[in-house]
Design a protein around this ligand. Structure first.
Ligand code: TGC
Ligand code: FAD
Length: 389
């Protein structure tokens, strides 16, 4: 479809700066040239896109809001959102790579790391020379990370780390992992674990039907000696990892709009070209209803994200506001992916069209970074003050 058909039904572009639009255009161009030609092959074959992280570094998609002195671009939150939107129009795996590196690895090092840690890791993470992963979820503790079992002991000149993390994006590729573990007092703290440390392994999780162009795996710690200087000194407690999730969930709220746009634009074009009973299928009311609802939902999601971005720029976005946007927008996108696939009939199941790939990817997105139901309970708690977990 022509890129000029990407919807801006409420003239939201008028609320963006010229810089926002230039950033969006440059990421859009890169997605067209780098991601689109190879993404179906990668997803079908369950391989990652070669050199993806360095490419993301080159286009400034890693840590866009991290200060320039540490290798970031010092951009605002709306720029970050627009970058995520364009990346996920290509594929959720591409957005995931940028989300984890930016919000879950660079963010905690920038917020809670020592000056030495920032200088050691951030520039290499920003360029994509180094790949990071984020270990919070465990085999027995997903939605309830406060019950985590991974722990470390103070051995005098180093920490001894034991435990395991599961479902970790990019674990098989990572050079470093930001790992959340309990200290001897049972308080959660973050440690930077480096590949090559004895007792640290990263087995891959095979046979996923979702995010097939992204590597997922475990982080296993068997008496790993972690140098004391690798502890993130600036935070203790679950608010450490959860504050990273605020940033990643915000990015996902924007990202999934991109996946929805890709499905919507494909469906509009197909419905005008495909004829049945002598007329384009887009001339039938049932198909128009679907298209009209897609555009309405995309427009609402765009407005939600733009205002959330304004709040985030002003440091006023609450975690519950972010949960609402993540939950609403991911559901919006997965519904559009599924319904738009039907508009293409049998063609909708083919790799030449993006719907099945986006729909399958979004099954992960609706689960990770807090499930759909967990975000509903966060909103319920915000309304009533009563914890229903
Ligand atoms: P609770 O008692 O509510 O809170 C414990 C402490 O944390 C603070 N807090 C937050 N701080 C910052 N941001 C937030 N969003 C926060 N939510 C809570 C809270 O104030 C408290 O602080 P303090 O100082 O009083 O101790 O926690 P709980 O144990 O009842 O659990 C509830 C909670 C929030 C953990 C749960 O609702 C939740 O969010 N579960 C979902 C877990 C999750 O999202 N995991 C994601 C793993 S990472 C991932 O999926 C990456 S995929 C990336 C990709 O590939 O793109
Ligand atoms: P569970 O917590 O076991 O939940 C199962 C079901 O129970 C869900 O429907 C949930 O909503 C429901 N449920 C749970 N508690 C309640 C309750 N109190 N009330 C009602 N219903 C409830 N994690 C990381 O740390 N780092 C990563 O990089 C990462 N990447 C991921 C990549 C992929 C592809 C996937 C699929 C997951 C990834 N995750 C990662 C893990 C992800 O965050 C978890 O899968 C998610 O938080 C849910 O945990 P769980 O799978 O253990 O499900």
């Amino acid at each position: 479809y022509p890129l000029t058909s990407i919807p801006d039904y409420y003239g939201i572009d008028a609320l963006l700066t010229e810089e926002h639009k230039l950033i969006r255009q440059s990421i859009r161009d890169w997605v067209e040239s780098f991601v689109m030609p190879q993404i179906d092959h990668a997803a079908q074959n369950h391989t990652d896109l070669p050199g993806l992280m360095k490419e993301l570094g080159k286009i400034g998609a890693l840590g866009p809001y991290i200060p320039v002195e540490y290798g970031g671009s010092g951009l605002d939150q709306i720029s970050y959102g627009l970058i995520m939107q364009e990346l996920e129009r290509g594929d959720s795996a591409v957005r995931s790579a940028a989300s984890v590196q930016s919000s879950l690895v660079m963010f905690p090092i920038n917020e809670y790391g020592s000056e030495e840690q920032k200088r050691k890791y951030l520039p290499k993470l920003a360029s994509g020379e180094m790949i990071g992963s984020f270990g919070l979820t465990e085999p027995n503790h997903g939605s309830d990370p406060s019950s985590m079992e991974t722990n470390f002991k103070d051995m005098g000149d180093h920490y001894l780390l034991n435990g395991a993390k599961m479902w970790i994006t990019n674990s098989p590729l990572c050079d470093i992992a930001v790992v959340w573990a309990k200290n001897e007092e049972g308080k959660v703290q973050g440690l930077v674990v480096e590949r090559g440390m004895e007792g640290f392994t990263t087995p891959e999780t095979h046979n996923k039907w979702s995010l097939r162009a992204s590597k997922t795996g475990e982080l296993v710690f068997n008496d790993v000696k972690v140098p004391k200087e690798n502890l993130l000194p600036g935070v203790t407690g679950l608010k450490g990892p959860l504050s990273c999730l605020n940033s990643a969930r915000y990015g996902i709220s924007w990202g999934v709009i991109g996946a929805a746009i890709d499905c919507y634009c494909t469906a509009v074009q197909y419905s005008k070209e495909r004829k049945q009973f002598g007329k384009p299928i887009g001339s039938y009311q049932l198909q128009q209803k679907k298209l009209a609802e897609f555009l309405t939902e995309i427009t609402k999601a765009q407005l939600l994200c733009l205002q959330l971005g304004n709040l985030k720029n002003a440091h006023k976005a609450s975690p519950a506001q972010i949960s609402m946007a993540k939950r609403n927008n991911v559901k919006m996108a997965i519904d559009i992916a599924r319904e738009s696939r039907q508009i293409l009939g049998g063609m909708g199941i083919m790799g030449e069209f993006p719907m099945m790939r986006h729909a399958a990817n979004l099954e992960s997105v609706i689960t990770y970074e807090g499930t759909h139901d967990v975000h509903l309970l966060i909103t319920g708690l915000d309304i009533t003050g009563i914890n229903a977990f």
